[in-house]
Design a protein around this ligand. Structure first.
Ligand code: ZN
Length: 337
């Protein structure tokens, strides 16, 4: 067969007709394989992402549980401590000194030698007042956490404002929750940056350093300069004994006001009490003009959130109104230097 002859071209056409379907089949097989492989890969990536999210959530929950356990066992003695990662202190990120506020402080009132909170001076609180009506101040320590959101929804349902003494929790979702607390008009107070009573109470300076970080946290997340605070374990505990007077003086000189409580949900104890137990714990001390209730909104306190509706309704039936704390409210204090 000669190159270019009729037979040659006939053979070429036959060969093409034979090869073309094979190519088509191959193309289809490759396309199907690619589609299946790509789908599996996407699913695999999604599964991995979902697993990572789950692990992060578990880790956050674990930190909440441990922190709450620590807080709960505080009065009974702490067996283990949780350390939260401390942010690098940004020395340039100063809060503008409030000249007007400084002017409100007498020179004598300012203890010399403060090394911390150097640029935070708040207006001194107005004279504290007792509420005119029987009033409940619900306070929640150790948040923000997902439980905080449940509590916020219940408070909204009843048109009630409350107070949140917060720990510097720095996951994005936790900071979003804190912004939500602020957006819904509740009071935000400082509680602690590290929440480690064996460290923050070593000296006045240690305490002020911890408060400084916690103050910055609240301010940076919400734009609010918190003026009220609650001691980890209360103002009079075995952990702060040696430094409490100095600490209280240093903090109040700077315009901060602290609040203990006269009613406790006892919801940080182990085992975690049920919602009905929490309600009866609070109601033990409800016969008073001014009720400051200690409760917790860290991640494990689901029973606290569950107890709220009945607790609120019962207190309302007993003639109480609800309000949030600020520095002008007459405080309950276990220790006054
Ligand atoms: Zn606490």
């Amino acid at each position: 067969m000669k190159f270019g002859s009729v037979d040659f071209f006939k053979m070429m056409i036959k060969a093409c007709l034979l090869i073309l379907p094979i190519c088509l089949v191959l193309l289809i097989v490759v396309s199907i394989w690619f589609a299946v492989y790509h789908k599996n890969t996407s699913e695999h990536i999604e599964a991995l992402e979902s697993r990572i999210e789950q692990l992060e959530a578990d880790a956050a929950m674990q930190a909440d549980v441990s922190l709450s356990a620590q807080s709960g066992s505080f009065d009974q003695g702490i067996s283990e401590q949780i350390q939260f990662e401390k942010p690098v202190s940004d020395k340039n990120n100063n809060y503008s000194t409030i000249e007007q506020s400084k002017n409100n402080h007498s020179v004598e009132a300012i203890s010399p030698g403060f090394e911390y909170l150097p640029d935070i001076w708040l207006p001194l609180p107005e004279a504290a007042r007792l509420p005119e009506n029987k009033t409940v101040y619900l306070t929640f320590d150790d948040g923000p956490s997902p439980v905080t959101l449940d509590i916020l929804d219940t408070l909204d349902e009843y048109g009630i404002k409350a107070t949140f003494f917060v720990v510097s929790r720095r996951h994005d979702y936790e900071m979003d929750i804190l912004r939500e607390v602020a957006a819904r008009g509740h009071s935000i107070g400082m509680h602690s940056d590290s929440h480690d009573p064996t460290k923050i109470y070593l000296s006045k300076e240690d305490y002020l350093a911890d408060m400084y970080e916690n103050f910055k946290y609240v301010y940076e997340v919400t734009g609010i300069k918190p003026q009220i605070f609650r001691f980890v374990g209360g103002s009079n505990s075995k952990y702060n004994k040696h430094a409490a007077t100095e600490i209280i003086t240093a903090m109040t000189d700077r315009g901060f006001s602290y609040f203990d409580w006269n009613s406790s949900a006892d919801d940080a104890l182990k085992p975690h009490p049920s919602a009905s137990r929490i309600i009866s714990n609070v109601l033990r001390t409800s016969e008073t003009q001014q009720l400051i209730v200690l409760a917790h909104d860290s991640g494990a306190r689901t029973q606290t959130a569950a107890a709220l509706p009945e607790l609120i309704e019962t207190l309302q039936a007993r003639g109480f109104v609800f309000d949030k704390l600020d520095a002008s409210v007459e405080p309950i204090r276990f220790l006054v230097p």
